[in-house]
Write a protein that binds this ligand. Structure first.
Ligand code: MEV
Length: 436
């Protein structure tokens, strides 16, 4: 591959042309075919292009729907964007099962988000603390032009603290801003507040007569929100009499299923190797809704996993109790998401997703995401402790292989029957097609 300058200034067509000339054979043809995935409506395509930089084309993912989610007494049909087979099916199946058993009970525990000004300052700590206490109101006042709108919506800065971190890193302090950002994810709001406050604090310190010349220098390292939001958490649970689980457990007796299920979750609580996969199953559901609604899945992922390790060991985000003949399955997960701002209104399909969900508030969307994560986890663990995960996966895998080998509809129907009790592999399917 050659280097290039001025790439960002090229048109999309020129970028594709340049790239295709760098490649040979199939790779070059594939790149030349990229315009095939452009949106036919030029205005829509322009909008997609502008979300990012150096865009060449669109990368399509399936947009599915998991209906019948009863959450706090309200029924939702949940949009899910995910490329993995079986995820939407499992969510839908779980939703249907719990629909008939009171549905999901969800509760937002808190919605506080955090930002930090990281800075270094050398001098008498007591003097800095005292200065902070005396000028805290001024600091807050210096950002009213940014916070005014958020305050009117019932949000804004809820807490401002100076944290001495000098025992961890020489001269290192943090200005910690805790904020309520209402229906916005709040990254822009928090980052703007932080940068403005850092400026005010630095300027104030530089002019403060009580400080020596060295103390008059504040070195701002960075101002940024924290994606770790252990105070922006939702919990969600489902429960039913253990005997009800029989209908979901296939041939397994309900009590045995409940115990095996609880043990599987317990294993994810004590073993990080299993916990990561267990939580990945939860995130299959959560991320699909996060992406469908135009939220930031990297932030959600990073935070969920840090939260799963909050006591020093990585553990399951969900838990089970089998007390008093009752099966109770619950999840607690931080979800710093938004229903206004960012991509939520710019991406036509994010907007559509929110409309399908009847334009929820951010806390309501947190509840929906947690319910989908729990349903997903319920479906995955159920499959694992009963039939095994491959059975469901293999059905779709089988179809994919048939498609790759250009099987006819008749061959596919016959093949589904044939492979219902056999191991699916590419070779086995090819051999089957030779004889059928
Ligand atoms: C696959 O995407 C997700 C599972 O591995 C989750 C789990 O093991 O619990 C099935």
């Amino acid at each position: 591959m050659n280097t290039v300058s001025g790439f960002s200034k090229m048109t999309k067509e020129q970028k594709i042309e340049w790239l295709s000339l760098q490649l040979k054979g199939d790779a070059s043809t594939l790149v030349r075919n990229m315009p095939h995935y452009w949106h036919q409506d030029k205005e829509v395509q322009k909008r997609f292009d502008e979300f990012s930089e150096n865009t060449l084309t669109n990368y399509n993912l399936p947009f599915g729907l998991a209906p019948n989610f009863l959450i706090n007494g309200k029924v939702y049909a949940v949009p899910m964007v995910i490329e993995e087979s079986s995820v939407v099916a499992a969510a839908s199946l779980g939703a249907k099962f719990w629909l008939e058993r009171g549905g999901f009970k969800a509760n937002v525990l808190s919605t506080t988000k955090v930002g930090q000004v990281h800075f270094q300052w050398q001098g008498d700590k007591e003097k800095l603390q005292q200065y902070f206490v005396e000028t805290k109101e001024e600091l807050l006042k210096s950002v009213t032009h940014i916070t005014m709108n958020m305050n009117q919506r019932g949000g804004g800065i809820k807490n401002l603290t100076l944290i001495d971190m000098t025992d961890k890193l020489e001269n290192y302090y943090q200005l910690k801003v805790e904020a309520e950002t209402c229906n916005a994810m709040g990254a822009n709001f928090i980052n703007s507040v932080l940068e403005e406050m850092a400026k005010t604090l630095k300027e104030g310190i530089s002019k403060e007569p009580r400080f020596t010349n060295t103390e008059k220098e504040m070195h701002v390292i960075m101002c940024i929100l924290s994606n770790y939001t252990p105070e922006c958490v939702v919990e969600c649970s489902v429960e039913c009499p253990i005997e009800d689980l029989g209908t979901f457990a296939g041939n397994m007796p309900a009590q045995e299923f409940a115990e095996k299920f609880a043990t599987a979750v317990r294993i994810a609580e004590i073993d990080p190797n299993r916990a990561v996969t267990h939580n990945k199953g939860i995130m299959n559901g959560v991320d699909a809704v996060v992406i469908a609604t135009g939220n930031d899945f990297r932030a959600i992922e990073a935070c969920a996993h840090a939260y799963a390790a909050r006591d020093g060991q990585y553990r399951s985000l969900s838990s089970v109790s089998l007390a008093g003949e009752k099966f109770k399955f619950s999840i607690k997960i931080p979800l710093a998401i938004g229903t206004v701002g960012g991509l939520t209104s710019l991406h036509p399909l994010a907007k559509t997703s929110l409309a399908i969900l009847e334009n929820p508030t951010a806390p309501e969307l947190m509840q929906i995401m947690a319910a989908v994560g729990l349903a997903q986890n319920f479906g995955a663990v159920k499959s694992l402790v009963t039939t095994g995960i491959q059975k469901g996966h293999m059905k779709l895998h089988l179809l994919n292989i048939f498609k790759q080998l250009d099987a006819t509809n008749e061959q596919i129907e016959k093949g589904k029957e044939y492979f219902s009790d056999k191991v699916v592999s590419f070779t086995a399917v090819r051999d089957f097609l030779k004889n059928n």
